[in-house]
Design a protein around this ligand. Structure first.
Ligand code: SAM
Length: 472
């Protein structure tokens, strides 16, 4: 029985409800009257239900699809302006006891070199990341209670925060580790993590169990209820995602939105962000072996429909995708991207030749961070390294409240400009600097013109920029 308020995975992600939703969406995919009424509701920018959004996703009327894309772009602008937040993943260990069939870390893979960083090696990785200009990272580990216990993760987070190299610092550590206990989530909360990230991979229980045949991750209930435990442990920023390609994309889309509705119904706050990864080639993994791969057009439609369905939720795209694909998705709703990423353990300090590579998947966008920053600015985006919300206590429902009122850019715009200036001064190439300062001048002018009402004074003082004062 479907019940978004239930704490039982199979009730808040009800298989029957998803099947009914897909049936309803299929039957109404040409229903202009219904589609118009859904679009009218969407224009209020308060989001849509999983059913309504599923109808938009299924819709194949060309003119209506153009309206969907246009609306997604508008919502993106209204909620996020022209800012794009930057981050990088940091792989700590690829030891793993699970048998996930799409991931090269699966324990039967004897070919991939296994590595776990020491604290000294973590320091070296962090210095390399800081020297690129990164301020926000997402740590990643395989699941292995012996090699990667929670104590190792906690010690690593402490190390990461402690490294201050030149003007650099990592100000927000997001954590992508396997589903764990409330007690462990509490420890992560207490040490000061940013967002807890866990991809559902697939919401279809039967497929989930087949795709995760062995190991603790096999347990669908434990995995699907993880975000509730994270919130019970005090973590109020959680990030959802599915691995597109494993199951039918329409099923995953409905499941993802139902999960967001559940978090909102139970905890009063939806997901802070949603990631949209697609399966990539990796060591012994061939994406062609999976039947549900989606092309770039369907991918773009999914991103646009998520943007419309949950306007206040950030959307993340990684370097799994090409430059061209990322460009398209940025317009349609993505608010956060990784740049200069390495998906191998120790890959920032010591880049590996291909055959010794411990990478989790092949990266498609291999450009250095400086090129990504330049590229974003050439398209008129402001790359942001801001982490102020988290450090000023604007997380969970406090963040959502401001975001839902479309007020978050009053904080974000000045902070984005300030952290971009910091990047330009400390790390940018001469060409990037030149483009950056011109962009900043233009943005400051629009702040002065009152196009964006800011809370500059309150917020600028909360930005930690070393001992320097970067105020304009
Ligand atoms: N071990 C943690 C867990 O169990 O959730 C998470 C860390 S894992 C390093 C991060 C994510 O990478 C996984 O959740 C999965 O969605 C994704 N991933 C695994 N194999 C992939 C592949 N071949 N292509 C793209 N993404 C992949």
């Amino acid at each position: 029985m479907y019940n978004p308020k239930s704490m039982e995975a199979e009730e808040f992600i009800s298989h029957e409800e998803i099947l009914d939703t897909l049936d309803y969406a299929e039957k109404n995919k040409h229903n202009r009257e219904l589609i118009d009424s859904i679009l009218e509701k969407a224009r209020l920018k308060n989001g849509l239900t999983h059913r309504e959004a599923s109808v938009l996703l299924a819709c194949d009327l060309e003119d209506k699809n153009q309206e969907i894309y246009k609306l997604a772009e508008q919502i993106k602008k209204d909620f996020y302006g022209n800012r794009i937040v930057l981050f990088a993943p940091l792989y700590l260990s690829n030891y793993c006891v699970n048998g996930c069939v799409y991931c090269p870390y699966h324990f039967k893979n004897k070919h991939i070199p296994r590595k776990k960083l020491t604290q000294e090696e973590i320091r070296n990785e962090v210095i390399a990341l800081q020297d690129m200009g990164h301020k926000r990272i997402a740590i990643e580990t395989g699941e292995d209670p012996v090699n990667n216990p929670i104590e190792y993760v906690l010690e690593s987070i402490k190390t990461i925060y402690s490294v201050k190299h030149k003007n650099g610092s990592i100000r927000r550590v997001n954590v992508n580790i396997a589903a764990t206990t409330v007690e462990n989530y509490k420890k992560l909360h207490d040490i000061g993590i940013g967002t807890y990230i866990l991809f559902q991979e697939t919401y279809n229980k039967e497929s989930y169990e087949t795709l995760h045949p062995t190991g603790p991750k096999h347990n669908y209930k434990w995995h699907t209820e993880a975000m509730d435990r994270a919130m019970a442990g005090g973590i109020d920023d959680v990030s959802l995602g599915v691995l597109f390609g494993l199951e039918s994309y329409r099923y995953e889309f409905a499941g993802l939105l139902m999960h967001a509705e559940h978090l909102e119904a139970v905890h009063g706050v939806g997901p802070h962000a949603i990631s949209v990864p697609r399966i990539k080639k990796a060591d012994d993994i061939n994406p062609e072996d999976f039947d549900n791969g989606i092309d770039d057009d369907i991918f773009a439609k999914i991103v646009a429909c998520i943007r419309i369905a949950v306007p206040y939720t950030g959307m993340i795209i990684s370097t799994r995708e090409t430059e061209e694909c990322r460009k398209r998705l940025l317009h349609l709703g993505v608010s956060q991207i990784s740049g200069g990423s390495k998906t191998s353990v120790g890959g920032y300090f010591n880049p590996m030749p291909e055959d010794e590579n411990s990478a989790q998947f092949d990266v498609s966008d291999r450009r250095p961070l400086d090129d990504v920053i330049k590229w974003l600015m050439q398209m008129g985006y402001i790359p942001s390294f801001c982490t102020a919300c988290y450090r000023s206590g604007r997380t969970g429902d406090r963040f959502m409240e401001i975001c839902k009122q479309q007020q978050i850019h009053n904080f974000c715009q000045p902070n984005a400009i300030l952290t971009l200036k910091e990047y330009l001064e400390d790390y940018a190439s001469p060409e990037t600097k030149e483009i950056g300062y011109k962009l900043i001048d233009k943005e400051l002018q629009s702040l002065v013109d009152g196009k964006v009402k800011t809370t500059v004074e309150e917020d600028l003082v909360k930005i930690e920029t070393g001992t320097r004062d970067l105020r304009f």
